[in-house]
Design a binder for this molecule. Structure first.
Ligand SMILES: *Cc1c(COP(=O)(O)O)cnc(C)c1O
Length: 370
């Protein structure tokens, strides 16, 4: 996997240090404010808590560094996904979505945006470019897709979409900026749920959108201010703290996931394993081209739904939970939500446990589930 264009991880930790005055705290204060002291001409000053907050600004500065692009913080991943839809679409526009991506994105389209006159088409991630992109105002990509972990060629999609006059949005939640850099691959906007690995401790919801196009960023900021879809300062402060260790956590999670995926693939109780880092994975060559790291999510299929539930229940170091990206490894059987997967399919999200303790626990749970 290539290592180009990664942001300086040392600079990330010292962004704030560059601006400190004598006696300032090293870490940003948590600022809870709806009103600001604002006599006279308000131009160029923080005016009101729905448009401005210094704790958001500190967190956005870190996200901007990580993305290499101006970033706007939102109160959840879904708020970050909704923002470009509401800010950029008009009645009559056509949008392409993955048919196998994050379920709530499709619900937002079907239940809310379709009523406003926007038309949505869907395609499987693995064959996303088949059929071309003519006539689409927005093309929304999720690679690897959640939960199936299929990939599509982001650079190729972004090139074709741009040639056809549309914009490409990539949901990069499963990878973080340390694992995949969609803007470097040509996407116009990247969106992500910071609830997952960036937050990393399963105690906050946040999201962000980033772009190198100032007009798109202005539209996203205007949407946030006018809709009131704003993050809480405390959550922003928590994320600021979490981002300081994201690289350490992500590095551990990916390294452990690589080891676990290899052993699962060789395990007699496991029918199939999806993990882009495995040389035998159908998406491995593409992953090696477009991803810096193979991520911390593993899809594994056991013999039956019962075996999958027993595996999850038997492992002392797996939290049975939806969502992923926390320090605690977690797993769930996706069929329980009606995803188009086998009954025995488990999405395994590797956390930060020491690998030499995690693997024996997983191995033991597989034996118990047999
Ligand atoms: C979780 C998730 C979201 C939604 O994020 P929230 O913070 O829960 O709103 C969007 N996309 C993907 C791929 C996700 O995994």
């Amino acid at each position: 996997m290539t290592d180009d264009n990664r942001p300086s991880r040392a600079e990330l930790l010292h962004l704030r240090g560059r601006t400190l005055s004598k006696g300032d705290p090293l870490v940003p204060p948590l600022t809870l404010a709806s009103m600001y002291h604002l006599p006279g001409d308000p131009a160029g000053h923080r005016g009101y808590g729905r448009s401005d907050n210094p704790t958001w600004e500190a967190t956005e500065e870190m996200l901007t560094h990580l993305e290499g692009a101006e970033s706007v913080l939102f109160p959840s991943g879904m708020a970050a996904i909704a923002a470009p839809f509401f800010a950029l679409l008009s009645a009559g526009d056509r949008v392409l979505l993955p048919s196998d991506g994050y379920y709530t994105t499709r619900l937002l389209a079907d239940r809310i945006l379709a009523k406003l006159g926007v038309t949505f088409d869907r395609r499987p991630t693995a064959s996303f470019a088949e059929g071309g992109f003519a006539g689409y105002r927005l093309v929304f990509v999720e690679s690897p897709s959640n939960p199936g972990l299929d990939l599509c060629d982001i650079a190729d999609v972004a090139r074709q979409v741009r040639a056809a006059g549309g914009l490409t949005i990539v949901d990069n939640t499963t990878m973080t900026p340390f694992g995949q850099r969609p803007l470097d691959l040509g996407a116009d906007i990247v969106v992500a749920s910071d609830t997952k690995a960036p937050g990393g401790h399963s105690d906050l919801l946040l999201g962000h959108a980033a772009s190198r196009d100032p007009a798109l960023i202005a539209a996203l900021r205007e949407w946030r201010k006018l809709s009131g879809s704003i993050p809480g300062p405390f959550e922003a402060w928590l994320l600021h703290r979490s981002l300081e260790t994201l690289e350490l956590r992500f590095d551990r999670m990916c390294a452990t996931a690589g080891m676990v995926a290899e052993r699962l693939a060789a395990h007699p109780s496991v029918k199939t394993v999806r993990y882009p880092g495995l040389p035998g994975d159908p998406a491995h060559n593409l992953a090696a081209r477009q991803m810096q790291r193979p991520g911390f999510l593993i899809g594994l299929t056991l013999a039956s739904g019962e075996a999958a539930e027993a595996f999850i229940a038997a492992c002392p170091f797996l939290r049975p939970a939806t969502s992923f990206g926390g320090v605690h490894s977690s797993a769930e059987r996706r069929d329980r939500w009606g995803d188009a997967v086998a009954a025995g399919f488990v999405r395994l999200a590797i956390g930060c446990e020491p690998p030499e303790e995690l693997w024996p626990a997983l191995d033991g749970a597989l034996a118990a589930a047999r």
